[in-house]
Design a protein around this ligand. Structure first.
Ligand SMILES: C[S@@+](CC[C@H](N)C(=O)[O-])C[C@H]1O[C@@H](n2cnc3c(N)ncnc32)[C@H](O)[C@@H]1O
Length: 258
């Protein structure tokens, strides 16, 4: 299912926050060549450009509609349509960066050593992915409940809502032996959204996509969304001012090469 750039940009400010936190934590003075893997509409690329105005930056994404928006945002970036799973750069980069994209790729024990090979001397691999946690489970549970109601007791298959993310310890074991230093942390954000429907819209743009794609007809999708919205409204209760808090845990990893 193709990405919807308009839907994705609905919560741009909230989605950009973890990206900025990662960009500003990086202990690199002036990386000459940077790649942004899964650059999407170019929001993460803009954060990189702002911190390192003189770097040669490449943005890689496999979605034509996301890249169309990205291309309009910055002409100095080399925008490339490619699948990260098959991406093989000709030259190494000083920074291989990815914000909120690697969770869509399977088999991180194979993927990360491959991405690490694209990091040049004194460079870094840095990425951020959504992390499992009680907060995310709330909307996952809403999905599960609708599924159960609709088709008996079928549980949500892990890969349908992208459970590719490993624990920090697993990332450490993968990258620690190769790196000079590794920096790992999780942060739980509490995004203030106008109402519970905003949680529906947020998840529709990202994690819910594979779930919706698995439904065959527009009518099925409509029915699913109505039942899902009702459950999300019960799971994210309004604050006294009517807004809802949408907790979202993110996992951050930076590995520095010798
Ligand atoms: C949640 S968006 C993040 C976009 C951007 N990094 C940001 O921070 O706004 C995830 C992006 O990853 C891209 N993506 C997912 N799987 C990919 C793959 N295998 N190869 C290339 N891009 C991929 C999607 O097309 C989408 O644009």
């Amino acid at each position: 299912m193709e990405w919807d750039s308009k839907q994705y940009l609905l919560f741009e400010r909230e989605r950009t926050r973890p990206c900025l936190d990662l960009v500003h934590r990086l202990d690199l003075s002036s990386p000459g060549r940077i790649v942004d893997l899964g650059c999407g509409t170019g929001t993460s690329t803009a954060a990189l450009r702002q911190r390192w105005p003189d770097a040669a930056i490449t943005g890689v994404d496999r979605s034509a509609s996301m890249l169309r928006v990205a291309r309009r945002s910055d002409r100095s970036v080399e925008w490339t349509r490619a699948d990260i799973a098959r991406w093989e750069p000709r030259e190494p980069f000083d920074l291989v960066f990815s914000n909120a994209a690697l969770q869509w790729l399977p088999d991180h024990p194979k993927l990360l050593p491959r991405l690490w090979r694209a990091v040049g001397p004194s460079g870094a691999l840095a990425f951020q992915v959504p992390a499992p946690g009680p907060a995310r489970e709330r909307w996952h549970r809403a999905v599960e409940e609708v599924r159960r109601g609709e088709r008996g007791d079928r549980p949500v298959r892990a890969e349908e809502i992208s459970e590719n993310v490993l624990s920090s310890a697993e990332y450490y074991r993968l990258l620690g032996p190769r790196a000079r230093a590794v920096d790992l942390w999780d942060t739980e954000y509490h995004h203030v959204l106008p109402n519970a429907q905003a949680v529906v819209e947020w998840t529709r743009a990202t994690g819910l996509r594979p779930v919706l794609a698995a439904l065959r007809t527009a009518k099925e999708r409509e029915r699913f969304l109505a039942a899902y919205s009702a459950r999300v409204s019960r799971a994210y209760r309004p604050q006294p001012d009517g807004r809802v808090l949408f907790p979202f845990r993110r996992r951050f990893v930076i590995a520095y090469r010798e």
